[in-house]
Design a protein around this ligand. Structure first.
Ligand code: ASP
Length: 567
């Protein structure tokens, strides 16, 4: 016997006269003098049940699970509900069985005013609502579309270990103690990076995986401790081959969720252009409001603040600002580290006519200026650009996908004074720049590329180093001794020395991608059981302390609270 003949949302006029069994959750109950109307719900929708009070209907409460057998009837014309797909029919119930009861609810299913921690604590209730049903099903459809595309393109899905050595993706590792080897730890893979490269060296030529990755970072709208990536790697390819596959995967996902896909090929912008025009390596290109430069025009100015600054950059904003509005922006940009934010009209008296003219401020607009280093100006004006576009409603309802390319291979860590990788240490330098002095890598460009959708970085990839000497040079530039490089990455260096084909790949965050597809503001809304920003799971209460005896088995003793390093 089946619990139901048809799902709640599937009943239509063509079923009128049939005797059918339905099952689902009581969504609402309305009593009308002797008759009781119940909306019965499952993920496909709701169907109205009509019961007599004598049928035990008075016992029903919201979220009881019931099975009802009855005849499908057409509703009277004035009772038709045009807002419901099943609104022309109802089920005249002959017998009703309560399959499961519910205690009083902490919130009503579908109530979107409920505080998030409560939603997560009772996620099973939250999931019954339309929002989570839609998001989780969309996530599945997107992943299916991606898998289909990858399969069609000849990629094979290879499982790689979660428990491994630390992978340098720029975050802290989650550690896993090992009872069989007390005092030693696995790291949970920050990504399958080195394994997928080893697959290429192993002759597997087109790898992909919907890989779970673990990174111990602060949680944010677009970050969870664990997340999934479409992780791919290809041998004997150049950058454009990898981008082509990624674009196909994005389009495959759009089609699978029934959305019209972005046009290919996605445009490219260089890292330098992105930083100077938009102050970000993941610019939102749905609107212009580019950062302008007035450094040259103000070099000889009598206004020392401009003349003596390393650079003068500004945003042209289609609005005039009152003193109070300007002060509010000054306070905001201070929080981002700005030393000042000048409104051109307020400092105009210190500037010559030709200097002022160079700013080219149209009537009704303003110039907001930062006089500082290039990096500081880019950082502040980049954030201000996003803030003002949102506040002034300048972001059109479109989708813009684009690639950011031509990144530097290394960046300088101001605190430690050391050079470190921009993407990860396995990214190849551009052809022709494979040799540099280890202390002088400023000008080396990497074959690294990022995919950006409406200002969200969806993922990164690169053409990899396949020459062991270049790999060693990167490690040396990062300040590693030969011994250190051998001890951490000896397996990679060995593999690179045994016939490594040219190869490259990419990884795109599935949750970020689906959150954007679903129009959700953060990835928690498309993760079935996410953690909150404190790093805990309100549902299970994890993480929890472990008994000393359990820790001791792995050779661990927990420090008392006061001895923990300060965050
Ligand atoms: N492993 C990189 C990451 O997780 C992606 C890649 O280079 O393929 O960001």
């Amino acid at each position: 016997m089946s619990w139901r003949d048809i799902q709640c949302g599937e009943l239509r006029p063509e079923h009128v006269g049939r005797r059918l069994t339905v099952a689902g959750w009581v969504d609402t109950r309305r009593d009308h003098g002797g008759l009781v109307f119940v909306d019965l719900r499952d993920h496909t929708g709701k169907i109205q049940l009509v019961l007599k009070e004598s049928d035990g209907a008075h016992e029903l409460r919201n979220e009881f699970v019931v099975q009802a057998v009855g005849e499908v009837a057409a509703r009277a014309p004035d009772a038709v509900n045009p807002n419901l797909a099943t609104g022309e029919v109802e089920l005249q119930v002959e017998s009703l069985q309560i399959l499961s009861r519910s205690t009083p609810l902490p919130f009503q299913v579908g109530d979107d005013t409920v505080e998030e921690t409560t939603r997560l604590r009772y996620r099973w209730l939250d999931m019954r609502g339309e929002r989570m049903q839609r998001n989780l099903r969309m996530s599945h459809a997107a992943v299916s579309g991606i898998r289909r595309t990858m399969d069609d393109l000849g990629f094979i899905d290879i499982w790689t270990p979660a428990m491994t050595r630390g992978t340098p993706e720029g975050a802290r590792d989650f550690l896993v103690p090992v009872r069989l080897q007390p005092g030693k730890f696995f790291a949970l893979a920050q990504s399958p990076q080195l394994f997928k490269q080893l697959c290429m060296i192993g002759g597997l030529d087109r790898y992909y995986q919907i890989a779970t990755c673990w990174r111990d970072e602060d949680l944010r709208a677009d970050r969870q401790f664990e997340f999934r990536q479409l992780d791919l790697e290809m041998a004997f390819v150049e950058r454009e081959d990898v981008l082509d596959v990624m674009e196909a995967a994005v389009v495959g996902a759009f089609e699978a969720v029934g959305k019209s896909p972005p046009r290919r090929p996605f445009p490219h912008i260089s890292y330098d252009e992105a930083m100077s025009k938009y102050g970000s390596d993941k610019p939102d290109l749905r609107f212009a409001m580019e950062i302008q430069d007035a450094t040259g025009a103000t070099r000889g100015s009598e206004f020392g603040v401009f003349a003596n600054a390393p650079c003068v950059r500004y945003l042209l904003v289609p609005k005039t600002f009152s003193r109070a509005e300007h002060e509010r922006l000054v306070a905001l940009t201070k929080e981002w580290g700005a030393k000042g934010l000048a409104l051109l009209s307020q400092v105009a008296k210190f500037l010559s006519d030709s200097e002022l003219e160079a700013f080219g401020v149209p009537e009704g607009s303003s110039a907001l200026c930062v006089a500082d280093t290039e990096e500081a100006a880019a950082h502040v004006l980049g954030l201000l650009r996003l803030h003002l576009a949102r506040e002034l409603d300048l972001v059109p309802d479109t989708d813009v996908f684009h690639w950011v390319v031509d990144f530097p291979l290394f960046k300088h860590d101001e605190e430690t004074g050391a050079w470190t990788f921009m993407h990860h240490p396995f990214t190849a330098p551009t052809a022709g720049s494979e040799v540099w002095e280890p202390g002088e890598p400023h000008d080396v460009r990497g074959q690294h590329y990022d995919l950006v959708w409406n200002g969200w970085e969806l993922g990164s990839g690169s053409i990899r180093i396949h020459d062991v000497e270049v790999q060693e040079r990167v490690f040396t530039t990062m300040g590693m001794t030969d011994e250190e490089a051998k001890s951490k990455f000896g397996f990679l260096l060995d593999a690179l020395a045994m016939g490594a084909p040219p190869h490259g790949g990419f990884a795109m965050g599935i949750e970020r991608f689906v959150a954007q597809l679903a129009g959700e503001p953060d990835i928690r809304q498309i993760v079935a059981f996410p953690k909150v920003s404190s790093g805990s799971d309100p549902l299970t209460g994890a993480p929890t302390p472990m008994p000393e005896a359990v820790l001791a088995e792995s050779g661990i003793r927990a420090l008392p609270q006061e001895d923990l390093p300060k965050a």
